[in-house]
Design a protein around this ligand. Sequence first.
Ligand code: ASP
Ligand code: MG
Length: 422
Amino acid sequence: MALVVQKYGGSSVADAESIKRVAQRIANTKRDGHDVAVVVSAMGDTTDELIDLANQVSPLPPARELDMLLTSGERISMALLAMAIANLGHEARSFTGSQAGVITDGSHGKARIIDVTPGRIRGALDDGLIAIVAGFQGVSQDSKDVTTLGRGGSDTTAVALAAALGADVCEIYTDVDGIFTADPRIVPAARRIPDISYEEMMEMAACGAKILHLRCVEYARRYAMPIHVRSSFSHKTGTWVKSSIEGSTMEQAIISGVAHDRSEAKITVVGVPDKVGEAATIFQTLADAEINIDMIVQNISAAATSRTDISFTLPRTDGQTAMAALNKIKERIGFDSLRYDDQIGKVSLIGAGMRSHPGVTAKFFGSIADAGVNIEMISTSEIRISVVVDQDDVDSAVTAAHHAFDLDSDQVEAVVYGGTGR
Ligand code: ASP
Ligand code: MG
């Protein structure tokens, strides 16, 4: 008998039928003799719809009220799920994030979990009940206001709860059969990855693989909580995310997968005087505006002008804030102009095996060149190479790299069961 935490995403509980189907799965796990705590997201596109609604009544909804509104989505699904389980003859009880002891800091819309004190969940499990917890939400330690963890935050709730309860596994149920070597919507021949290390999964998540939230993987790694990503629509084994496959006799794959991201923009600061401290001022200005920078490229300065260009990428949603902040220091720095490009995409090759295999970079760039795609920026880590390309070239670059590293499967494995892709 194990203690299992299961998380069901929005597409798995999109309507009454789906909720009944998920309830049956949970009941089966309980019937097999396991203790089950469930974390649930809002039904289907509820969160997006609530945001649309908020924007209709106010162009700038107060963050506290927005959190109050959005957390209602998960309350709907948790209560309905508990009812559906009760209807199958099991006792279930639903809890808000606050009731479940998810304590966060006070930053609305992107709160961080400080502590999880799941006394009531533990009590419910000890009484033989199935506990259902609203994902994506907590309560601020200071203000006692309801907070949300940021879009897609239910994964993090699930892992945090699993760690606090000392669960044996955290199962994340979604609408595909696990993690694939590329987005099956772009590469139909993508292959399921049976096992992946926390480090590789973190790179995948940071590079745009939407299937798991980056913070959830970081959390799982910190607490060594194994995650099993699988579909709620099938009974196939999915992908295990865990510590790098120690003791395994199998040789590690060189490349785990190709991820892509179309959510970034690129800013170029043109004609920055080549003087000590200019880059520091530019990036301090962006830091003060709470903007996260991804890639940075600085060219050597042109001898004639002794000026240089600095380009960087950032979330597109922060683009206008960044441009405004930089324009304010234009005189002080004395740069010529700013250029903004949001028609870019990032393609990343990820694999722990590339550490010890020469030639990976050459092959990756070669495959992109053969696809006729121009590379605008490059960045690397120990286990990742990323390039920025024109947004329209993302699909061809992903397909080419996937093919070059022999990741194509000979049969179509990837089935997308649900979701609207919103
Ligand atoms: N319902 C929230 C969202 O759509 C949280 C989640 O799905 O994990 O972002
Ligand atoms: Mg959702």
